[in-house]
Design a protein around this ligand. Structure first.
Ligand SMILES: C[S@@+](CC[C@H](N)C(=O)[O-])C[C@H]1O[C@@H](n2cnc3c(N)ncnc32)[C@H](O)[C@@H]1O
Length: 206
């Protein structure tokens, strides 16, 4: 089991441009358009968000990447927990979700429409340093294995030494895919989410 860690909350709280309810509706519409890609009918619960934040150790992070932010509940939680001078790059395949993220208007946030598989090129495009944390909510179970492998390899190639990769998934695919590349993860469970979620954490070079 992975230890949970208390995170510093910064004052730079994102603007409330979309209510939680309207984000749920946008998320569900996104699911109807692309069920396999979105992989869930509702966004993560507050309990899961808190667990992700705790495992990510964002307090000292300079560069954070979120793969598959959806309508941004998790991204808001990350922005609240990370330092005022850190950057958050979010990458999602769904342009409508990225539009919602952009409307947050947080100067620390870079919202990019594209695939996690292009992580290396996207980091380069924005001149970002090696991320201290990569957080993933993407559904590895519904994508071709070769794509999943390429995403895991891109994470390994880019994470800073001591960096954390935190992934959450209902099924265990990300654990199976990443074990041969990143080693054995710490594993936790969050039952207060629909569906209950597994969380995995790897640390580079440890
Ligand atoms: C289950 S949702 C997670 C949403 C959000 N992080 C949350 O916890 O509520 C998964 C998201 O991953 C995105 N996604 C799926 N495959 C992707 C890929 N290869 N690259 C980037 N985003 C991807 C989907 O569009 C969707 O927004």
């Amino acid at each position: 089991m992975v230890n949970s860690i208390k995170e510093k909350v910064v004052e730079n709280i994102p603007k409330k441009t979309h209510s939680r309810r309207s984000r749920h509706l946008d998320f569900f519409r996104g699911f109807l358009r692309n069920p396999e890609q979105v992989g869930s009918i509702i966004p993560s619960s507050r309990f899961l968000e808190r667990r992700i934040i705790s495992l990510s150790e964002l307090g000292s992070a300079r560069t954070v990447v979120e793969l598959g932010p959806g309508t941004g509940g998790t991204s808001r939680a990350i922005l609240q927990a990370m330092p005022a001078d850190a950057r958050l790059l979010v990458i999602d395949l769904e342009p409508k979700f990225i539009e919602i993220l952009k409307s947050l208007g947080d100067p620390r946030l870079i919202a990019h429409t594209g695939s996690a598989v292009d992580l290396t090129a996207i980091l380069k495009q924005y001149g970002l340093e090696s991320p201290d944390v990569v957080i993933s909510g993407i559904p590895f179970s519904t994508m071709p294995r070769s794509v999943g492998n390429a995403i895991i390899e891109a994470i390994r190639d880019n994470l800073a030494l001591g960096g954390r990769f935190v992934a959450y998934q209902f099924r265990g695919h990300v654990g199976h895919l990443a074990r041969p590349v990143l080693g054995n993860p710490g594993v936790a469970f969050e039952l207060l989410n629909v569906p209950p979620m597994r969380l995995y954490r790897w640390r580079m070079g440890h």
